[in-house]
Design a protein around this ligand. Structure first.
Ligand SMILES: [Zn+2]
Length: 151
């Protein structure tokens, strides 16, 4: 997370003028946005797309979360400018979600079979235990927060 923050110009600008950016603080060289609880700033080159994918697509029964729920979940943990717009676009462009959405469902028979839970763990292994595997305290935090993605 730390390394990934360095190549983002928007973030560097905030870091340099941290006193003028009251919504942010720097902790262990990591930019944090003040919130309850404080959330990490995710850069453009960081994990934005993995986060969208995990918080929208990953649930125990294979369903895809809607816009509101996905925004809630991600806002509790991360921040980046335009995040809500990005989430909205991501959910809108999600074909499986459109197929699951009962309001868009034409016939109940058209329901796709529910994905087996294995896929959830494959996804987590790929996106979290891989790039998200710092040995620090922070890393553990991400793994804990992941547990309630599944609930
Ligand atoms: Zn989806």
């Amino acid at each position: 997370m730390k390394e990934a923050q360095y190549d983002d110009l928007e973030l560097q600008d905030i870091m340099r003028n941290i006193k003028n950016h009251k919504k942010y603080l720097v902790q262990n060289d990591i930019l944090i946005r003040r919130a309850f609880p404080p959330v990490s700033y995710v850069t453009k080159s960081g994990y934005r797309s993995s986060i969208l994918k995990i918080y929208h697509d990953t649930s125990a029964n294979g369903a895809h979360f809607g816009r509101g729920r996905t925004i809630d979940k991600i806002n509790k943990r991360y921040f980046w400018p335009s995040m809500n717009k990005d989430i909205e676009n991501y959910v809108q462009s999600c074909i499986p979600y459109a197929q699951f959405d009962p309001r868009r469902q034409k016939a109940p028979g058209a329901l796709k079979p529910i994905k087996p839970p294995d896929e959830v763990w494959q996804l987590l292994t790929m996106d979290f235990h891989g790039p998200f595997s710092p040995t620090s305290k922070r890393g553990n935090k991400y793994i804990i927060s992941l547990a309630d993605v599944l609930s």
